[in-house]
Design a binder for this molecule. Structure first.
Ligand code: AP5
Ligand code: MG
Length: 213
């Protein structure tokens, strides 16, 4: 089973990907996480990526396609995968089609997580992520705070989660990513999941029900 999560920054793509990963035992491929791992490596490329990502712009299509294609063709993904944060523009969506065609696989479900913009800033600014297991929490909606232990590692903030960068990321999302909603709508595989003040569990239930039916 191959699944794709679409949605604005902070809409909950990572949160839902992790839940679906556990529920169906297929791996999450988050281009944001892969790129952040590169920035943490201290390489020259990592330094360049850090600058681009902290401005809220996209990194090159060529680089993300290379990262995704390496993952998708690995043994880990032989039973399927969950794409989180890729594709993000029409060119990436077309390249993904070519790659999947060559591998003779297809995306079965695209979930668009639709969250009102006024909630997005709070979700991003309050986000904390475990530096070891990647578990995502929020300082506004949970008792966890930056620096707390998750059990496996420590909760840290992302460098791009300040209000200015989030505003830029939202602008880039509406200019470059929103057009791909129609691309997947036309294929008849898009499911719109409306999120809001209620927590992530209700959304997971809705997604699991769609997949199981
Ligand atoms: P990336 O890491 O993918 O960031 P993003 O798309 O901006 O999305 P986020 O990770 O910020 O949000 P999310 O939807 O995963 O939300 P989450 O589940 O964490 O990309 C970062 C950067 O990398 C990009 O800006 C770009 O520079 C580069 N990049 C990545 N992919 C690229 C590509 N394909 N091409 C080019 N460049 C690329 O949830 C957010 C918060 O909300 C958390 O605190 C969570 O606890 C909380 N939350 C989640 N769901 C709920 C809920 N239902 N109710 C209450 N709180 C909730
Ligand atoms: Mg994410």
């Amino acid at each position: 089973m191959n699944v794709l999560f679409l949605g604005a920054p902070g809409s909950g793509k990572g949160t839902q990907s992790k839940k679906i990963e556990t529920e169906f035992n297929i791996p999450q491929i988050s281009t944001g996480d892969l790129l952040r791992a590169e920035t943490a490596s201290g390489s020259k490329m990592g330094e360049d990526l850090k600058k681009i990502m902290s401005s809220g712009k996209f990194v090159s299509d060529e680089l993300v396609l290379k990262l995704v294609s390496k993952k998708i063709t690995s043994d880990d993904c032989s039973n399927g995968f969950i794409l989180d944060g890729f594709p993000r523009n029409l060119s990436q969506a077309s390249s993904l089609d070519v790659l999947l065609n060559d591998l003779n696989v297809a995306i079965e479900y695209v979930f668009l997580i639709d969250v009102p913009t006024d909630l997005i800033i709070k979700r991003c600014v309050g986000r904390i992520t475990c530096d070891t297991c990647g578990k995502i929490e929020n300082e506004y909606f949970s008792d966890f705070r930056e620096g707390d232990s998750c059990g496996e590692g420590v909760y840290v903030k992302r460098a791009d989660d300040n209000e200015e960068t989030v505003t830029n990321r939202l602008r880039v999302y509406s200019e470059q990513t929103e057009p791909i909603i129609e691309f997947y709508e036309k294929k008849g595989i898009l499911h719109r999941i409306v999120g809001g003040e209620d927590g992530p569990e209700r959304l997971t239930e809705e997604i699991v029900t769609i997949i199981k039916n």
